[in-house]
Design a protein around this ligand. Structure first.
Ligand SMILES: NC(=O)c1ccc[n+]([C@@H]2O[C@H](COP(=O)([O-])OP(=O)(O)OC[C@H]3O[C@@H](n4cnc5c(N)ncnc54)[C@H](OP(=O)(O)O)[C@@H]3O)[C@@H](O)[C@H]2O)c1
Length: 277
């Protein structure tokens, strides 16, 4: 991992498009990239949050109010990028929504929404931006996945489907573009203290002894990872080990998760009971 001065020179004058910029991890990434000298295109749906973010990171940055789940939103993002003389060097696909529900209790709408935002919209936005990225001398796509993109977890079935999909897509696109100047990398945070997690999720993590990272720490890892050519990065220990173990010996990881199932279902039920009707 490289920190500090090394990062500074590497990110100066890079133009980075960041989706989910107004969220916990996104705003922490934005802050660090701005400090390192990048020019940012900050994408989010909420105009007020974007305004506050811009005030915090610097007026030179560009905000784009867009819902990436809509065609018009994605078109708006692409149009702004096309107008930039310097083009876009880095695309960070970070926008996403979570899940803390038993699959059987989810509405069809919620199932579709998670797949649409976390996976389909991310792919479609990347597809539209790829011709612009290919015009650069060197470009980078960073897809923000999750530990749950490698380990299936109760109460996160659809979220897992979306992040497993994102990881597979990242691997395939990386290989497809290996003979080009566009690199593709996959970054997987573990549980992080942001608004994506409900109070019930936090309580469950505490009960299970799962560490929840500070978004500023996660952002540091993202920036360090961006300076490498590494295929993927998984935040945290023992998550790194469990990801490998789940690939090799899924039965072993399953046994340990099944031992926690009663506790997990307790917090899922508590979340359901407290949810507004
Ligand atoms: N926090 C964790 O525990 C954790 C763990 C592993 C991975 N991750 C991943 O990290 C990424 C960032 O999550 P976070 O924890 O920072 O969550 P967050 O604080 O809830 O932020 C989510 C961001 O995504 C944006 N977003 C959601 N739907 C969108 C849409 N349709 N169009 C445009 N923007 C949209 C939100 O923007 P607006 O609502 O302002 O529009 C917000 O900026 C996600 O991909 C998440 O899956 C998080």
């Amino acid at each position: 991992m490289c920190h500090g001065q090394k990062l500074k020179t590497a990110m100066i004058d890079k133009t980075c498009l960041l989706t989910g910029a107004t969220g916990g991890i996104g705003s922490a990434i934005a802050k660090l990239l701005s400090e390192q000298g990048s020019i940012l295109l900050l994408v989010g749906r909420d105009a007020n949050k974007l305004k506050k973010l811009k005030a915090a990171v610097g007026e030179k940055h560009i905000t784009i109010q867009a819902d990436i789940a809509s065609e018009s939103g994605r078109t708006r993002v692409v149009e702004v990028c096309k107008q930039l003389d310097q083009g876009v060097d880095v695309l960070i696909n970070n926008a996403g929504i979570g899940q803390f529900d038993l699959f059987e209790q989810m509405t069809e709408e919620l199932i579709a929404q998670i797949i649409t935002i976390n996976l389909t919209s991310t792919l479609l936005l990347t597809h539209s931006l790829l011709p612009l990225l290919q015009q650069q001398a060197k470009a980078q796509i960073i897809n923000i996945g999750s530990t749950f993109g490698s380990i299936g977890f109760p109460g996160s079935s659809v979220y897992c489907a979306s992040k497993f999909g994102l990881r597979g897509y990242s691997e395939a696109l990386r290989r497809e573009l290996m003979d080009s100047d566009v690199s593709v990398q996959y970054f997987a945070p573990r549980a992080t203290k942001t608004a994506i997690n409900t109070a019930a999720t936090e309580a469950m993590n505490k009960a299970l002894g799962s560490t929840m990272d500070d978004p500023a720490k996660v952002a540091k890892h993202v920036l360090s990872f961006m300076q490498t050519h590494n295929r993927q990065y998984f935040v945290g220990w023992p998550e790194k080990l469990f990801v490998r173990l789940n690939g090799l010996l899924p039965g072993l990881v399953e046994k340990s998760i099944v031992k926690q199932l009663e506790k997990i279902k307790h917090y899922l039920a508590a979340a359901k009971n407290n949810a507004p009707n």
